[in-house]
Structure formats: structure tokens, C-alpha cells
Design a protein around this ligand. Structure first.
Ligand code: KG4
Ligand code: ZN
Length: 370
């Protein structure tokens, strides 16, 4: 299968979003081009809402129940039949093992039945490459990947080549948005709720910590901010017997401000490291992952980038959070460059992008985390 234009099905089920997408991937003398024909995301927010976080067993079952419907909708919206699919790309890690298994088994069955190739891709790599899916930017570029499970500064050198400059030593920022929204009685996932409340709040009312901000490296920490917000919330409830809406807005604004200041300082450091390594007159800096959906974070980091002579890139909201278009895109890139192997189809709950860097989160029983 080496046509100029291929229809690629992407399948994503690594966390709590069941997603399927159809992408038309075209190659010619001038390079490649991709057109997203459909991108369907079936979230499981209602299933996990009461638990204030993702319950792996519930997520895995929901994926198995929805993957076929999700794919059917993606095919219909793209106006194609299942037999038209030339290639399938599936997330094979990192993520929750049950969800990964649901997606991989579904994709394997489908690929076998259709007689088409199947490529397994890294979810984090797909987020990092999502910016190339929608903008034409060249390698290498600097990226801040900030999501519900991860936070890393990476240099994206090529499709499968990443250098990690630093990352979180504890919680991911999205996880803090979710947990704090939980303390405040807001909905799940917390990011969009906190962002909305912060818009009407006073970010200077509370001074929450900015962990590791003075350290001259690109590592970050968020769990201290989360604990401080929890304590402050409990203190206000004890004093006033509850939270007024102004308290909620001010807590959200002050929390978001702390996160922003950390991102700003660490992004500046990461840009300086990138500059020292490459010395381009103008470089590229992209933010990707669910937290990149935050408009305030976008506008502050855009300003930071321009101060350091970096172009700033982000992707439309629907491609910041989990989606299968980015999976189809990365799978296409890997397949047509021959950069894929059978073992990529083994579900990998942990799958760091840069194996040369020392692990930030150490080793667990199953190996290096990130
Ligand atoms: O990339 P993603 O969809 O899933 C993971 O791979 O983790 O990211 C989901 C995370 C959630 O924690 C969610 O609260 C956060 O992204 N998020 C946001 C916003 N929208 C989603 N965080 C801050 N502000 C937002 N507007
Ligand atoms: Zn993600």
C-alpha cells in the first residue's frame, strides 16, 4: 500500500476519551499534507464525575463498548466506508493499561479483517506532533506538553526523536486543575471550570506557592500548590461556614496565576537552553496537551515567547485535549517513513519519549516512568 493519498483511521483510548478520526494523508514531491475528515471524541466525564478522577476499570469497559460506534460515526462524518480505510493507527501507550488494551485489540481485529497495516503510536509524541498536523513548522521546535498526566519541556527533533529538558517531579498540572475543582465543588474535568471562574476572580487575593521557580532547571512541581489551595479552601470554609462565589473565583484566579508564573519562568529557561543549542535567529515554541486549551496560559506564554524571539504555536481547542486525529497523523508519518515496529503494538502504560535523559519520576516495578 504505497499510494499517494491514503485514508487513515486513528484510534485513541489511553485515558477517558474514546476517540476515532479519519485523516487523508497525501504525499507528493513537495512533501506531505494531511486533511482531517472527521474527529470524534466520546468523553466519559459523566462516568467519572462522582469519583473526581478517572476510574481505570470503568474507563476500559466504556472504551470497549464505544469504540465501534465512535469509529462508525467517524467514517460517516468523513463520508467513507470502512473498506476505504488504508491504514490504522492506534495509541499503544502511555496510559491506563485497560484502555490501551481495549483500543489495541479493537484496532488489531479491524486491521486483520480489512487486511490493512496497523501502527502503534505514543500518545505523548502524538500531542507533541499535533502542532505539525495543523501548522507547517519545521523540526526542531521546543514544546511544553502539559496535560492531565504529564508535564514536560521537550525539543522535538524529528518524528520520533525527543530531548527532554525537564518535567514535573510530582503531579501533572491538569491533575491539579481537576483535584482543585473537586475541592471547590466544580465539575470534572476541572481545567475549563477553573479557567472560567478565574476570569471573574482576583489573582492577587491569595499568594499560593510557586514550587521550584528559582531553580535554574526546567523541572517543575505542582503538588505543593494543590495542597496550599486545599488548606486555604478548608480555612475559608471553617471561618465562614462555606465558600462564597467570590472566594471560589479568587481561589481559581490565584491558583491559575501561580501555575502561570511557573510556566512562564520555566519556559523562558527552556527557550534559553534551546537558543544555546541551535542559535536560530527565530525559533518555534509550541504548547500542547489538554492544559494548552487554557486561553490565559496561551496569552501569557505567547508574550513570553515573543520576548525571547520565539514564534508561538498552539492548536485549536479540539486538538489540545485527547483526540484521534493526532494519532492518525503520527501513525501516517511513522508508517510512510518506515519508522514503526511490531513491538510498538504492545500496550505500554509507561513509555517515556526521551530514553537518553535520566528518569524524573524514577523507576517503578514496570520501569522508567518519565
Ligand atoms: O491531554 P488531555 O486531554 O488528556 C491527557 O492526556 O491527560 O488533558 C486533560 C487535562 C485535564 O486534566 C483537564 O482538566 C485539562 O487537561 N484541561 C485544562 C483546560 N482544559 C482541559 N486545564 C486548564 N485549563 C483548561 N481550559
Ligand atoms: Zn493526552
Amino acid at each position: 500500500m504505497k499510494k499517494n493519498s491514503s485514508l487513515v483511521l486513528g484510534v485513541e483510548s489511553s485515558c477517558d476519551d474514546t476517540a476515532a478520526s479519519i485523516l487523508r494523508y497525501t504525499r507528493n514531491n513537495t512533501g506531505d499534507h494531511s486533511e482531517i475528515l472527521s474527529s470524534i471524541v466520546m468523553n466519559q466525564n459523566n462516568l467519572h464525575q462522582n469519583f473526581r478522577g478517572v476510574v481505570p476499570e470503568i474507563a476500559a469497559r466504556a472504551h470497549s463498548e464505544r469504540l465501534d460506534t465512535c469509529t462508525e460515526i467517524a467514517l460517516t462524518e468523513a463520508g467513507i466506508m470502512i473498506d476505504d480505510v488504508d491504514l490504522i493507527s492506534v495509541t499503544s501507550g502511555p496510559g491506563l493499561i485497560g484502555g490501551l488494551l481495549s483500543g489495541i485489540m479493537f484496532a488489531k481485529g479491524l486491521a486483520h479483517g480489512l487486511g490493512v497495516p496497523l501502527v502503534g503510536v505514543n500518545h505523548l509524541a502524538a500531542h507533541c506532533l499535533s502542532v505539525k498536523m495543523v501548522h507547517s513548522i519545521d523540526f526542531p521546535y521546543l514544546t511544553l506538553l502539559a496535560s492531565g498526566g504529564h508535564c514536560q519541556f521537550l525539543i522535538v527533533e524529528d518524528i520520533g526523536i525527543f530531548s527532554r529538558l525537564g518535567g514535573t517531579i510530582d503531579d501533572a498540572p491538569g491533575e491539579c486543575f481537576d483535584k482543585i475543582a473537586g475541592f471547590l465543588g466544580l465539575g470534572y474535568p476541572g481545567g475549563p471550570h477553573i479557567e472560567n471562574h478565574a476570569r471573574n476572580g482576583d489573582g492577587n487575593r491569595f499568594s499560593f506557592p510557586k514550587p521550584m521557580i528559582e531553580r535554574k532547571n526546567c523541572n517543575l512541581s505542582f503538588s505543593g500548590i494543590k495542597t496550599a489551595v486545599k488548606r486555604k479552601t478548608e480555612e475559608i470554609i471553617e471561618k465562614k461556614g462555606g465558600l462564597f462565589s467570590s472566594d471560589i473565583n479568587d481561589i481559581c484566579a490565584s491558583f491559575q496565576k501561580s501555575v502561570l508564573e511557573v510556566f512562564k519562568k520555566k519556559s523562558t529557561l527552556a527557550m534559553e537552553i534551546f537558543d544555546k543549542k541551535y542559535g536560530f535567529p527565530v525559533s518555534n515554541y509550541a504548547i500542547v496537551g489538554g492544559v494548552a486549551a487554557n486561553k490565559e496560559i496561551n496569552s501569557v506564554l505567547k508574550q513570553t515567547a515573543s520576548e525571547k524571539n520565539f514564534n508561538f504555536w498552539s492548536v485549536p481547542l479540539e486538538f489540545c485535549t485527547d483526540n484521534a486525529a493526532m494519532i492518525a497523523y503520527l501513525g501516517s508519518k511513522k508508517f510512510f517513513s518506515g519508522d514503526y515496529k511490531e513491538e510498538d503494538l504492545i500496550p505500554k502504560p509507561r513509555w517515556p519519549l526521551d530514553l537518553k535523559s535520566k528518569p524524573i519520576l524514577g523507576f517503578g516495578k514496570r520501569g522508567v516512568k518519565a
